[in-house]
Design a protein around this ligand. Sequence first.
Ligand code: GTP
Ligand code: MG
Length: 273
Amino acid sequence: MEANVPKRKEPSKALRIKVISMGNAEVGKSCIIKRYCEKRFVSKYLATIGIDYGVTKVQVRDREIKVNIFDMAGHPFFYEVRNEFYKDTQGVILVYDVGQKESFDALDTWLAEMKQELGPHGNVDNIVFVVCANKIDCTKHRCVDESEGRLWAESRGFLYFETSAQTGEGINEMFQAFYVSIVDLCENGGKRPPTNSSTSFTKEQADTIRRIRNSKDSWDMLGVKPGASREEVNKAYRKLAVLLHPDKCMAPGSEDAFKAVVNARTALLKSIK
Ligand code: GTP
Ligand code: MG
């Protein structure tokens, strides 16, 4: 006869997840992971050869998470090694160096490489992405500001953190938010839960701010042809002002974009007889 032993509460099963790091060579991917896992920083550059693999355990709420980290080499030379590792990923740490504009511009290329390797049936909407704007300790060399990075990330529904693997700033907060989002995703049937910020501005607003930042002169900024009339300038200005007014637009960088548009209009009206 079986003894009438009171049932013990089963501990919830450890969740196994796979995360990968992506981004140009030398932006600090390995150092970010090392800072978090080993609490140390190595200033000498040791390029990752192909892939580095590690396992770590973390606790999120009452769940134990077993994290398999695949730290990828950023150098183009290792493409053939990297491309094997994109599939079955729940989280991506996407890194750029705030002092290196090319590494920020390359984020789109990294996403494209991942999408290509996942193929037509791969779905990146079911993956949590965290963008790390790294090396913020190098303030003198910074050329990609926070609003630009945040806009890129949040307009895609990605998390955004400013980090320094050297000082440790932002690293724990970034990993904590990253793992919480992955657990939320797993508990949400594999769908990425919407982030607040991704719903607080539209794609049109994000695209317009980016276009304004990259415009070559005041005509270009207002989206009118050089030599346009006062009416055309005013019409274009009104449209942009409605779209970007800081009272209505919550997108990162909207205030600066709005000011730039006001200044561009003033300059153009002065120059038009
Ligand atoms: P690959 O493996 O080649 O793709 O490079 P990686 O992105 O893994 O770069 P890694 O972590 O090896 O760091 C590259 C260099 O940047 C090293 O010399 C690091 O010491 C330095 N570095 C990384 N993070 C930081 C940081 O936050 N601040 C500063 N000042 N230097 C950093
Ligand atoms: Mg590395």
